[in-house]
Design a binder for this molecule. Structure first.
Ligand SMILES: Nc1ncnc2c1ncn2[C@@H]1O[C@H](COP(=O)(O)OP(=O)(O)OP(=O)(O)O)[C@@H](O)[C@H]1O
Ligand SMILES: [Mg+2]
Length: 352
C-alpha cells in the first residue's frame, strides 16, 4: 500500500512533560517542522501509571492546536515495569517459525500471564559460542497498560499508528544522528525525571537494556528534604539557581553531588550486571539523553565513576532546522528532553 511517510507526529508522554516533534523527510534528510512541550504536574503520572488522563488529553490537544498540527497520525511509546525487554537464546529457526512458536517460547521469561501481554521479537543473529543457538530480543508489554496509552490518543481524536518502546525510539534517534559503528559497544543512557533507562548497543543491535526507577525527581526531592525549601525552590536550585533566600549555595552543591552519586551508582550496577553477563564487550562511550543530561555535574560524575567518556546527545544533530523559524539556542538547551519524541517522529507507518 502507499503508506505515506509524511505527517507522523512523535508524541512522548514523559512523567514530567508531554513532548511533541514533527519532522518532514525529503531525500533522506529530516527537517524540523514543529516542536513543543507542556509540563505535567508530578501527580499526573505516578510510577508509570496514568493518574489523570484528562490532563494529558488536554495537554496533547492544546499543544497540537498551538503548533497548528493537522495530522492525526501519531507515533508514541511506553516504558517501565509493564514492559519487559530481554535477550534470550533459542535454537536457530526462521522468522516464520519463531512467529508461530514465540508465545510458547516466551512464556518462561515473562513474569505475567502470557495472555495478558503483547509480544514482539527481533532475531539478533547466531550465538558466538554455540552456532545451533541464536540470540533473540524479546519484548513483551502488558496489554492493559498499552491500552491505557492508546485510549489517551483515541480520546484526543488521534490515531496511534506506531506504538514503540522509549529506549528503541532513542536508539532510532541515535542511529539517524550519530550512526552505529560495527562492533563498537556504546551505552545510551536516558536520564528522565522519574526513570533512567540504560541500553547497550553493539553496532546496530541492542544487546542489553535496563530500567532504573529513579531520575531527576530524586534530586529535587533531596534538596527539598535536606534544605527544607519549597518544591519550586528545589527545582530552581536543581536547574542551577544559587540565589535562593536563606540557602547556602555550597550545601546545594553538596546535596546535588550526593544524589547524583547515588544515581551514578545505580547506573554502574546495571552496567556491572551487563559486564558480568556479556562475554568481553567493553563499553567505549556513554551517550546521554533526557533532561538530566543537561547537567554538567551529572556528566562529570558519571564519567568519573564509570571511567568512560560521556557525551550529551543532540537529537537534532543531523536534522535540518530553519534558523529563521526556531530559536536555536533554546533548541540546544532543551534538545536532550526531546530524544524519545524525535526518535518517534522518525518512525514510519508500518514500523513496529
Ligand atoms: N539543566 C538541568 N539540570 C538538571 N536537571 C535538569 C536540567 N534540565 C532538565 N532537568 C531535569 O530533567 C527532568 C526532565 O527530563 P525528561 O524530559 O527527559 O523527563 P521525562 O521524559 O518527563 O521523564 P521520564 O522519562 O522519567 O518519564 C526533570 O527532572 C528536570 O528537572
Ligand atoms: Mg522520558
Amino acid at each position: 500500500m502507499f503508506a505515506s511517510k509524511k505527517d507522523i507526529v512523535g508524541i512522548d508522554i514523559g512523567s514530567s512533560a508531554v513532548k511533541i516533534v514533527c519532522l518532514r523527510e525529503s531525500r533522506g534528510t529530516f527537517h524540523l517542522e514543529h516542536i513543543g512541550i507542556i509540563p505535567l504536574d508530578a501527580e499526573t503520572i505516578v510510577d508509570n501509571t496514568i493518574m489523570d488522563s484528562t490532563v494529558i488529553v488536554d495537554s496533547i490537544q492544546n499543544l497540537l492546536s498551538a503548533l497548528k498540527i493537522k495530522s492525526k497520525r501519531v507515533a508514541t511509546s511506553v516504558s517501565g515495569h509493564s514492559v519487559i525487554i530481554r535477550k534470550i537464546s533459542l535454537p536457530v529457526m526462521s522468522e516464520a517459525e519463531l512467529e508461530a512458536s514465540i508465545q510458547w517460547e516466551a512464556e518462561q521469561y515473562i513474569p505475567f500471564d502470557i495472555s495478558e501481554v503483547n509480544i514482539d521479537f527481533q532475531i539478533l543473529g547466531p550465538d558466538a559460542k554455540d552456532p545451533s543457538q541464536m540470540s533473540v530480543m524479546l519484548v513483551a508489554a502488558k496489554k492493559d497498560f498499552v491500552d491505557d496509552y492508546t485510549a489517551l490518543f483515541t480520546e484526543a481524536g488521534l490515531d496511534p499508528v506506531v506504538m514503540d518502546i522509549d529506549c528503541f525510539a532513542v536508539e532510532n534517534m541515535f542511529d539517524y544522528n550519530y550512526g552505529f559503528v560495527d562492533d563498537e559497544v556504546v551505552a545510551l543512557i536516558d536520564l528522565g525525571a522519574s526513570a533512567t533507562s540504560v541500553s547497550v548497543l553493539r553496532g546496530d543491535s541492542s544487546i542489553f537494556t535496563r530500567d532504573i526507577q529513579t531520575g531527576g525527581n530524586v534530586l529535587s526531592e533531596e534538596l527539598q528534604k535536606r534544605l527544607g525549601v519549597s518544591s519550586e525552590d528545589a527545582e530552581r536550585a536543581k536547574l542551577g539557581d544559587r540565589d535562593i533566600a536563606d540557602v547556602d549555595p555550597d550545601s546545594v552543591d553538596e546535596i546535588l553531588s550526593d544524589a547524583i552519586e547515588n544515581l551514578a551508582q545505580e547506573i554502574q550496577r546495571s552496567l556491572d550486571f551487563f559486564a558480568a553477563t556479556s562475554s568481553d564487550d567493553r563499553i567505549s562511550k556513554l551517550y546521554l539523553t533526557g533532561g538530566l543530561s543537561n547537567s554538567v555535574k551529572v556528566r562529570e560524575i558519571l564519567e568519573e565513576r564509570l571511567g568512560i567518556a560521556a557525551e550529551r546527545v543532540d537529537p537534532f544533530r543531523n536534522v535540518n532546522i530553519k534558523e529563521k523559524e526556531f530559536d536555536m539556542e533554546y533548541l540546544d538547551a532543551i534538545g536532550p528532553m526531546f530524544s524519545v519524541a524525535a526518535g518517534l517522529a522518525m518512525r514510519k507507518v508500518g514500523d513496529k
